[in-house]
Design a protein around this ligand. Structure first.
Ligand code: HEC
Ligand code: HEC
Ligand code: HEC
Ligand code: HEC
Length: 458
């Protein structure tokens, strides 16, 4: 059922036997320079979190003054980070029920598909003597197996680039960071929560990079020193790239013949959960983008966020982007296409459009004026009934809180009790996903708009 993760070196190995030495050297360098090898696909040995935990390494109780990094990362992780709990979760009654429903006889703590996300799960041959899987998602689950860099990275003068070349995952790059978190908080080619797993009782997964990075909580401090070492941190850019990547993941999964289908049905996890999961007595259909009543809609929450970003940052591309999103809805839910394209070709086209947008977003700065534009776009989506589904409203709420927080931090927005109340009231409309009422969300957004003194788009 599960394909083993391919690592770049294992793919190269058969060819090595007959290649001349120089080429081997080049290939080896190439493999090492491939910064994007993700922790769960790394060919290196996992040494174990205990190697990072000494009080003179990352296990200090309080942050060190005068050190570029805080040195208390292990303390923050072990005391506060939810990733220390991911393995424990597999021992609870819900997990037992999920694996039983899926037909496994063994406990969830021994089921590969669960361990792949609820722990760091390297192959047995790549586990060091001090690796302990029950500690959940440890340092190396995110920063990459440290076999080749754990000693070296403490040597004075070693650069970040050298560490990355030895297998440290570049978590500081926004796109790499988004890819990492989403690989568990949505899934990828090697691990994925299907509707079958949800049907067995797995909770719905929602994710937004900015919000979840703050919730984790962060064991690093982004200050002048951090930015000098790692470049300017722009939380809006991280949010935008996270949205673009998540949208592509959904579209690409749909077009993947292996993951996009379940028998005759499409993979239902890619669609709006509440399109199906609500009482029939609740007559809730309202006009919405693309498709008429009685049809299942693609989960477009990330696409809606991207629409808001494009409207604000690239207004010249906005009409074309809107058309592409609309066309995708029509193709997926109704099979209607233009220009003789197959429905899945329309989906691939939108994915490619977003792919082309990503390098632009990686360079995009979001000064306060543009942030306000994004805020206006997010609020305005409501007037087009875009937040007809819970998932979109949930993403919009998280985005609005992120932008307002960042504007407040830069003192580009006044911190008033009315603003707090308006955000609190907006959140109240999202408390119960199965009872979500779009009209109430829209009304609270209107209040927020007047509280912020934003101009209405004519
Ligand atoms: C693609 C990654 C992925 C896979 C595969 C996966 N999970 Fe999860 N699971 C998650 C994430 C992420 C969450 C947290 C959702 C949230 O809170 O946003 C979660 C949450 C849960 C929860 C709820 C935890 C709580 O605190 O209430 C249970 C129980 C659970 N998973 C069990 C399982 C079991 C059992 C399996 C194997 C059949 C499994 N999961 C497979 C990613 C995954
Ligand atoms: C869930 C993923 C995750 C886990 C688990 C994790 N980290 Fe991190 N870590 C990050 C991210 C994201 C950043 C911020 C981006 C960056 O600077 O690399 C970061 C940053 C850091 C930094 C750099 C701080 C700076 O100022 O440059 C250190 C050091 C660090 N982590 C150590 C650890 C240690 C030690 C552990 C285990 C006790 C750990 N991390 C566990 C994701 C994780
Ligand atoms: C190896 C898989 C994996 C990776 C990588 C990962 N997570 Fe998680 N994360 C999980 C699982 C599983 C849970 C659920 C834990 C639970 O319910 O107790 C979780 C829980 C969380 C939670 C708590 C959610 C809640 O509902 O309270 C936050 C916040 C979070 N992750 C943020 C992040 C961020 C940010 C990143 C990337 C820097 C990241 N995660 C990377 C697997 C992962
Ligand atoms: C096309 C309709 C459809 C969509 C979309 C859909 N589901 Fe389902 N779901 C079903 C059906 C049908 C069942 C099976 C009900 C049964 O066995 O009684 C089911 C079962 C479930 C169950 C188990 C419920 C139970 O009674 O045991 C959960 C949990 C679940 N789905 C979650 C989700 C989540 C989360 C999403 C969105 C990511 C989603 N579903 C999307 C149709 C759908």
């Amino acid at each position: 059922m599960h394909r083993p993760a391919a690592s770049s070196t294992s793919l190269l190995r058969p060819a090595l036997a007959w290649l001349p030495g120089v080429v081997i050297l080049l290939l080896a360098q190439l493999a090492r320079a491939d910064a994007s090898v993700m922790p769960h696909r790394s060919p290196h040995e996992t040494v174990g979190t205990v190697n990072c935990a000494s009080s003179t390494c990352h296990g200090s109780i309080t942050p060190w003054e005068g050190s570029p990094v805080l040195q208390n990362e292990y303390t923050t992780w072990s005391r506060l980070d939810r990733h220390t709990n991911t393995f424990e979760v597999l021992k609870n009654a819900t997990s037992a029920r999920i694996v039983r429903n899926l037909g496994y006889r063994e406990p969830a703590t021994e089921v590969k598909i669960c361990l792949d996300c609820h722990a760091h799960n390297p192959p047995p041959t790549q586990r060091g003597a001090r690796f302990v899987q029950s500690e959940g998602v440890g340092c190396e689950g995110c920063h990459g197996p440290a076999g080749q860099w754990v000693t070296e990275h403490t040597v004075k003068g070693t650069t970040h680039a050298q560490n990355v070349a030895r297998g440290l995952y570049p978590t500081d790059q926004p796109l790499a960071q988004a890819k990492l978190c989403l690989s568990c908080h949505f899934g990828d080619e090697t691990r994925f929560v299907t509707h079958r797993i949800m049907g067995a009782g797995h909770p719905r997964i929602s994710f937004e990079l900015g919000t979840f990075s703050a919730l984790e909580p962060a064991h690093y401090r982004i200050d002048a020193d951090y930015e000098q070492r790692k470049g300017k941190h722009d939380p809006m850019r991280v949010w935008a790239l996270g949205q673009a990547l998540a949208a592509r993941q959904i579209l690409d999964t749909l077009t993947d013949p292996k993951r996009g289908r379940d028998g005759l049905m499409p993979e239902l996890v890619l669609f709006d959960c509440h399109a199906c999961h609500h009482p029939m007595s609740d007559k809730r259909w309202n006009p919405r983008m693309g498709v008429g009543p009685g049809r299942i809609r693609l989960n477009d929450s990330n696409l809606l966020m991207l629409r808001a970003i494009v409207r604000a940052a690239y207004p010249e591309s906005s009409a074309a982007f809107d058309r592409a999103v609309r066309a995708t809805h029509l193709a997926v839910s109704a099979g209607e296409t233009e220009g003789g394209l197959e429905p899945l070709q329309v989906v691939s086209k939108l994915s490619a459009t977003i792919g082309a947008l990503m390098p632009r977003l990686e360079q995009q700065a979001f000064p306060p004026a543009l942030q306000r534009q994004v805020l206006v776009s997010l609020v305005d989506e409501a007037s087009e009934s875009s937040y007809a589904d819970y998932a979109g409203a949930e993403q919009a709420y998280m985005a609005i809180v992120n932008v307002t927080n960042d504007l407040l931090k830069q003192q580009a927005l006044a911190d008033t009790p009315a603003l707090k109340t308006a955000l609190g009231d907006l959140l109240k409309t999202l408390r119960h996903d199965e009872q979500y009422a779009p009209a109430a969300f829209k009304q609270r957004l209107a209040t927020l708009r007047s509280t912020l003194g934003l101009q209405v788009r004519s």
